[in-house]
Design a protein around this ligand. Structure first.
Ligand code: RP5
Length: 153
């Protein structure tokens, strides 16, 4: 499986180490930038690149890292087809995958350690989607996405 990854300047170092972590797990990595972390990088274009590649099924999933992971998750969720989840601890990571089947994992490099980021990434990769009662809930999410901001009442 191929994973797209991206960060802003705050997440650059964590991204670089996660690339190696993914490669060690025999995963192909598509780096959507940046190529250096020594100057400011806006998170929105990077989130857009990773999310669009994920939504287009060019990759099997995406990982985004900024200071908190919050901006990245909000930006990625603007792309149709994306279920991005901000996971800075293990419990959320497990259920974000089993129940919500998030296709983009977002983390905060100023919130968690590299070790925790790797544990969260492994849990996200290894936890299967439960399916069953969660499938109609995901359908409701995509229906809501299709509705957009049209007033319903
Ligand atoms: O380094 P500065 O610009 O202060 O902060 C960048 C972080 O602030 C938030 O937008 C994001 O989490 C981003 O990573």
């Amino acid at each position: 499986m191929k994973i797209a990854i991206g960060s802003d300047h705050a997440g650059f170092e964590m991204k670089e180490k996660l690339k190696q972590f993914l490669a060690d797990r025999k995963l192909e990595v598509l780096d959507c930038g940046p190529q250096a972390g020594d100057s400011p990088v806006e998170y929105v274009p990077i989130a857009k690149a990773v999310a669009q590649k994920t939504a287009a099924a060019e990759v099997g999933g995406g990982i985004l890292i900024c200071g908190t992971g919050m901006g990245m998750s909000i930006a990625a969720n603007k792309v149709p087809g994306i279920r991005a989840g901000l996971c800075n601890e293990l419990f959320t990571a497990k259920y974000a995958k089993s129940d919500v089947n998030i296709n983009v994992l977002c983390m905060g490099s100023r919130v968690i350690s590299q070790r925790m980021a790797e544990e969260i990434t492994a849990l996200w990769l290894d936890t299967p989607f439960t399916g069953g009662r969660f499938i109609p809930r995901l359908k409701q999410l995509s229906d809501l996405e299709a509705e957009g901001s049209q007033p319903c009442c």
